[in-house]
Design a protein around this ligand. Sequence first.
Ligand SMILES: NC(=O)c1ccc[n+]([C@@H]2O[C@H](COP(=O)([O-])OP(=O)(O)OC[C@H]3O[C@@H](n4cnc5c(N)ncnc54)[C@H](OP(=O)(O)O)[C@@H]3O)[C@@H](O)[C@H]2O)c1
Length: 241
Amino acid sequence: MRIAIAGATGRIGSQLTALARKQGHEVVEVARETGFDLLSPDSGLEQALAGVDTVVDVTACPLDQAATFFPTVARNIGTAAAAAGVRRTVVLSIVGVDRSPDYDYYVAKLAQETAYRETAPGVVVLRATQFLDFASQMLAWNTQDGVATIIDVPTQPVATQEIVEVLLDLATGVIEGDTDLAGPQRVNLVDQVRALVEHSGQDVTVEAVEAPASLMAGAMLPGDDALVRGPGWDDWLGSQA
Ligand SMILES: NC(=O)c1ccc[n+]([C@@H]2O[C@H](COP(=O)([O-])OP(=O)(O)OC[C@H]3O[C@@H](n4cnc5c(N)ncnc54)[C@H](OP(=O)(O)O)[C@@H]3O)[C@@H](O)[C@H]2O)c1
């Protein structure tokens, strides 16, 4: 198949590009680095999508740009994909975006899903829980003067490798329809970051801070119908150097 990956140079996108090529698919890499600014309606995307069967969107942006970025990019990709005759559009979203009107990033991700459903052909949405390495991102982003302030939220993180495999199955039609995906172990994000600090021997104190109420009440946790795959937090951390 010919698959276009928007965000092909990113964390998920680079793994997805490698797996798709390994399985014999042709990949069109879409990112600013490869010449496409998806915030522009005239990025040349429609021409690049000629002959493409499926578009997968795994783009991301800084938090303070999300409200504009996600729906704008979705509309630009959706419109170009429809005009180019693409048959399927796969979108990576997050478990809980429909349950967190008090958290701006999730409101923006829900707007992304809606914009796709309004513009793009054959939309399927994968809502995943947090990446297993989200804890290390949170530690890096939120540490100052030896103190990490981490939101006090229950999570059920999943391996990026599992996300990539399910995205490719959705792109090729092996899995059909909207899907939720989570790892097997429920663990608070603050406890993950504490374990990570101990595991890596860093001299950092981890303090729990409040999050939007919906997240503290469990909006990031999967429902009973979610696919559950891959290692849990404890096994994954134990496998890290
Ligand atoms: N972190 C989590 O725990 C989690 C959980 C579930 C779902 N998600 C979702 O996963 C998705 C992917 O996350 P990630 O960490 O893999 O992202 P990432 O590493 O930050 O990659 C972002 C990608 O988007 C591209 N991009 C950004 N702005 C662009 C623009 N204007 N035009 C074209 N391309 C642009 C970047 O390439 P250039 O810079 O070259 O343009 C890059 O390829 C996000 O949508 C996020 O919401 C995250």
